[in-house]
Design a protein around this ligand. Structure first.
Ligand code: SF4
Length: 440
């Protein structure tokens, strides 16, 4: 069976393309064209399609998508807690979920999550390669075994850090934060220990064969992404990006769909350049960015720093935003952190979609604004990105002003009745209407 890329290149419109086209109200032929050019992916493992996957496309002609990372750690691992986090992510509107588990029974966690995951599901297979062994003991057999096992489970996209090369490591000497990617750090350790090239790079063609068989989409990892503002857009980051460009072309040549991962910590004024250079080097392959975080000093609020960077990234070239939770750099997120992170990223993605003029992107904004102007609280709250939080806040405010029934409030506690400009506006409109009627 062919991959989505091969089908598109053959000029055919697959069922999956049709589904995405209908879901986003975009011409199916345009989507086919974008997939064939390597600028759009539908991460959909053939086995996940057969169970519960609701297909989603990632590319510049579609809305910007948001991913939520969940997963156990060696300190805390429970399948139930991860299922709760995934539910929280999906309820908040995550378009994809990645399981980054490193603790407990990884196969079981993945299996349970996948069985209940209706959106594209990603993993970082190298994490499983070091279970019960030291990183130095990873060999070709282990790599292929883990990749194949996860592909057979139905994973839709894999982060593969094949672009970190031995020759890149000396470029890290002057970095403030060194290597912050877990996959990147593990592979650097392996390369230094064995004094050999990155095995994922050396075995890349074999990996392509497995990914193509199941149509697992590559998410080419940025193992050398900057983890500090001071390290942004440095030589190491760009050197790896050039390798990712080469690997993108090689994987596409073998029929694989490819996304490319990007930074990281980037000052706001460097985001545009970072998006442009990725699009240029990787020939328009969908860019999947972590944040980017526009400052290092907002611990506890990094969902906000990443949303600021995420809007700019999605405006200038990214197609897929990986959320960041308020716990980033501080601890393993819980379900509430996941929710806060997804909502922040959804705001960033949506703001960018409006700004880049995607057809219909601002329709919901208009609907909400009309409801707000008409003091139609039910529609106002329902159309919000996070209706649950909006309603909780508004009900509390209604209590403060002694209004029991939510729809009957014709002002709120923000300005008070006499100062409510929305209410005053309504009175002005009615007065103008009466005047106009009297003139006729
Ligand atoms: S009181 Fe102020 S914030 Fe509340 S509805 Fe009226 S104008 Fe809006």
């Amino acid at each position: 069976m062919a991959t989505q890329l091969e089908i598109a290149r053959a000029g055919e419109i697959s069922e999956e393309v049709r589904f995405v086209a209908d879901a986003e109200n975009v011409d199916a032929e345009l989507i086919r064209d974008e997939i064939a050019a390597g600028r759009l992916v539908i991460p959909a493992n053939k086995l996940h399609i057969e169970t519960n996957l609701r297909l989603a496309g990632i590319g510049r002609v579609l809305t910007t998508k948001v991913n939520a990372n969940i997963g156990t750690s060696s300190v805390r691992s429970s399948v139930e807690a991860e299922l709760e986090k995934m539910k929280s992510a999906l309820d908040a509107g995550a378009d994809a979920v990645m399981d980054l588990s490193t603790g407990g029974n990884l196969d079981e966690v993945r299996e349970q999550l996948l069985a209940r995951c209706p959106v594209p599901f990603g993993t970082v297979p190298i994490y499983q390669m070091i279970v019960d062994r030291n990183v130095e003991d990873i060999d070709g057999e282990v790599i292929l075994e883990v990749i194949e096992k996860q592909a057979k489970q139905g994973v839709d996209f894999f982060t593969i850090h094949a672009g970190v090369l031995r020759e890149h490591l000396p470029l890290l000497e002057n970095r403030v934060a060194g290597i912050v990617s877990r996959g990147g750090a593990l592979l650097a350790k392996w390369m230094l220990y064995h004094n050999k090239q990155n095995p994922l790079y050396e075995m890349f063609d074999d990996l392509c064969d497995i990914l193509a068989e199941y149509d697992v989409c590559f998410s080419l990892g940025d193992g050398l992404r900057p983890g500090a503002i001071a390290d942004a857009t440095d030589e190491a980051q760009i050197a790896e990006l050039r390798t990712l460009g080469e690997l993108t072309a090689r994987a596409q040549e073998k029929g694989c769909q490819v996304m490319v991962e990007g930074p990281g910590h980037i000052p706001f004024d460097q985001i545009q350049y970072n998006m442009q250079i990725q699009q240029e080097i990787c020939n328009g392959a969908p860019f999947y960015v972590l944040g980017p975080l526009v400052t290092d000093i907002a611990a506890g609020y990094d969902h906000i720093t990443s949303a600021i960077g995420g809007t700019a990234a999605a405006f200038y070239g990214a197609s897929f935003l990986c959320y960041v939770t308020p716990k980033e750099h501080l601890g393993l997120p819980d379900a509430d952190d996941v929710r806060a992170g997804v909502i922040a990223s959804k705001i960033a993605a949506h703001a960018a979609d409006i700004a880049r003029g995607l057809e219909g992107a601002a329709d919901r904004d208009k609907k909400l604004s009309e409801a707000r102007t008409n003091l139609d609280w039910q529609t106002h709250l329902a159309e919000s990105l996070d209706p649950q939080t909006a309603e909780t806040m508004h009900r509390k405010a209604c209590k403060e002003i002694g209004v029991a029934e939510l729809p009957s409030a014709d002002y709120c506690s923000m300005c008070g009745k006499a100062w409510c400009s929305v209410r005053i506006n309504r009175e002005i409109r009615e007065a103008i209407k009466k005047q106009d009627a009297a003139k006729k």
